[in-house]
Write a protein that binds this ligand. Structure first.
Ligand code: PXP
Length: 238
């Protein structure tokens, strides 16, 4: 049975829209832990559009499960991770203009740089995972640089235009997961997973952890709406 990591970035997205103090992603993380989640995931982006360094520092202190920090493999982020020591770092490609992480890392083209970053972090006792597309050549490259784990990008599966395409993308995920496991890699998966498409991915043999953000935060907003409005109405009508 795969573990679940909940990404709380978009709680911070709502907070940053007003540069306010709430909603607080730390509280969201704590509630997720109380609900039974296995790890908390945050992406500290270069443009700091949602999660801030302070959030990651506080999370490091208060969460009781596992902190998985998604970040670009830049010098400043590596320095930050080495000083903060999250349980896990997931290295992702990052482009300023993108709405979200749009593709996996190109491990083949960046193997020297990624290898030295992976080494530095792993020597510091941090588990490192590379976010990559379900592509055998990328997995071989990841295995060569001796990274501990990979996270398979499920975006193409999630965004498939029809059931046939979804089935093809699912088979790619199954084949690459099984290949990666044979290489001795820990295999995680994530991106675009939601209440409609998660079961098929959770059923892939050997997947250790699914990391899910947007769909959970989206549902939390809507399931919490009724209670939030009733509480405000009570004050207004008092
Ligand atoms: N895994 C990685 C590496 C990501 O970059 C993201 C998005 O931050 C996720 C998982 C979660 O994706 P989503 O928000 O679509 O569930």
């Amino acid at each position: 049975m795969p573990k679940l990591g909940v990404n709380v970035d978009h709680v911070a997205t709502v907070r940053q829209a007003r540069l306010a103090k709430e909603p607080n992603p730390i509280i969201a993380a704590t509630i997720a832990e109380l609900a039974g989640v296995d790890s908390i995931v945050v992406h500290l982006r270069e443009d700091r559009r949602h999660i801030q360094e302070r959030d990651v520092r506080i999370l490091r202190e208060v969460i009781t499960t596992k902190l998985n920090l998604e970040m670009a493999a830049t010098d400043s982020m590596v320095r930050f991770a080495l000083s903060l020591k999250p349980d896990q770092v997931t290295l992702v490609p990052e482009h300023r203009e993108e709405l979200t992480t749009e593709g996996g890392l190109n491990v083949i083209e960046n193997k020297d740089h990624l290898s030295s970053v992976v080494n530095l972090l792993q020597e510091a006792g941090i588990v490192v995972s590379l976010f990559i597309d379900p592509d055998i050549a990328q997995i071989k490259a990841a295995s060569k640089i001796k990274v501990r784990a990979i996270e398979l990008h499920t975006g193409n599966y999630a965004n498939a235009k029809n059931p046939l395409q979804a089935q093809e993308e699912l088979e790619k995920l199954e084949d690459t997961a099984s290949f990666a496991i044979k290489q001795g890699l820990v295999v995680n998966a994530g991106h675009g997973l939601n209440y409609q498409n998660v079961v098929q991915v959770a059923s892939i043999h050997g997947i250790e952890e699914l990391n899910i953000g947007h769909s959970i935060i989206a549902r939390a907003i809507l399931t919490g709406m009724d209670e939030a409005v009733r509480a405000m109405l009570e004050l207004v009508r008092r």
